[in-house]
Design a protein around this ligand. Structure first.
Ligand code: HPA
Ligand SMILES: [Zn+2]
Length: 331
């Protein structure tokens, strides 16, 4: 099964590129930039990754990314991930990035965009991997700041496949970001949002009704609201589910308790994703394998999930067709 899951052409729709920063690269970038880390070794970093909830993770996530300073750093970060993902049979990656987290440290948008753009071109050329870019707003920061970033990103609007909404969910409902998402809609930029990870089902409804999103990131708490589940099914809304993330952030206690089987049973359109692979114990393949181990899913189910990801990805019709063909022929 492991070999089959590796061969499966996988599209990843929910990845935070800053969350792909492995401790080894964190140390080498810290050294290159003369930055002191509060850890003595790579092992010590990994030991610190013992999270109790989303906030306890976010604290280390924002601290970890402090080593990213130059365009080269962002390029190396993304290429490092694209190479690992490609070796796991990932053929398409949609990466969220958090401009506000970098601006707050004095790292300007052109630096981030230059590094990520270069890495995307190399991924296409050297790995045959397609990629998409999702500019995320930090929901625990003021909405006015998100709007400022939206406008500052004007030179890059053409390069954005979508805008997203991430960071601390509780107490920061989608309603807070109506104006900035409306601005994105005016500009013709698609929208996605994290909702129903730690936050209530009402946040999923708000993301659909007020932000007009085309996908929900996480969304697992929809099960608490049967009418919402029926709506998600009827409207064919895609959820980008991140099983190992949910275990590590204690959204669920263990993989065996993960609601993926119920979500599937309810007829929802689901995809599997890694979220922050360096922090949550593995990339796409590890997430697929964890589902196989916990739920004993057949090849057909994995083919269905991989197909949903290809259907709902931001990619050209030509690329979509090619990947659907590849999926139909997987040995
Ligand atoms: O899993 C996540 N949830 C919310 N915000 C995030 N930012 C990075 N990862 C996450
Ligand atoms: Zn996420």
């Amino acid at each position: 099964m492991r070999d089959f899951l590796r061969r499966l052409p996988k599209a990843e729709l929910h990845l935070h590129i800053e969350g792909s920063l492995e401790p080894e690269l964190m140390f080498s970038l810290a050294e290159r930039n003369g930055i002191a880390l509060p850890y003595a070794s790579v092992e010590e970093v990994r030991q610190a990754y013992d999270f109790t909830d989303l906030q306890s993770f976010l604290d280390l996530y924002y601290q970890g990314m402090s080593v990213l300073r130059t365009a080269d750093d962002f390029h190396d970060l993304a290429m490092d991930y694209f190479r690992r993902a490609s070796a796991e049979g990932v053929v398409h990656v949609e990466m969220h990035f958090d401009p506000q987290a970098h601006l707050a440290r004095g790292v300007e948008l052109p630096v981030v965009m230059e590094g990520l753009s270069l890495a995307r071109r190399r991924a296409q050329r050297e790995l045959g991997m397609s990629t998409a870019l999702i500019m995320a707003f930090l929901r625990d920061r003021p909405a006015e700041e998100a709007m400022e970033v939206m406008e500052r990103a004007a030179p890059y609007w053409e390069m954005l496949d979508a805008v997203g909404l991430d960071s601390a969910e509780q107490g920061n409902p989608p309603a807070k970001f109506v104006e900035v998402f409306e601005r994105a809609r005016e500009l013709g930029i698609p929208r996605v949002a994290h909702a129903g990870e730690e936050g209530p089902p009402a946040y999923i409804r708000e993301a659909l009704d007020l932000l007009d999103v085309c996908r929900i990131d996480h969304g697992v708490r929809c099960l608490e609201d049967p009418a919402l589940v029926a709506r998600l099914r009827d409207e064919g809304v895609v959820l980008t589910v991140c099983p190992l993330s949910n275990v590590r952030l204690r959204v669920v206690d263990r993989m065996a308790d993960h609601p993926l089987p119920q979500l599937l049973e309810a007829g929802l359109r689901l995809t599997l994703n890694s979220d922050d692979p360096a922090y949550f114990g593995g990339g796409m393949l590890a997430n697929f394998e964890a589902c196989h181990e916990a739920f004993g899913w057949s090849r057909e189910i994995f083919i269905q999930l991989a197909g949903t990801a290809i259907e709902s990805a931001f990619m050209s019709d030509e690329r979509r067709l090619a990947l659907h063909r590849e999926l139909a022929r997987v040995p």
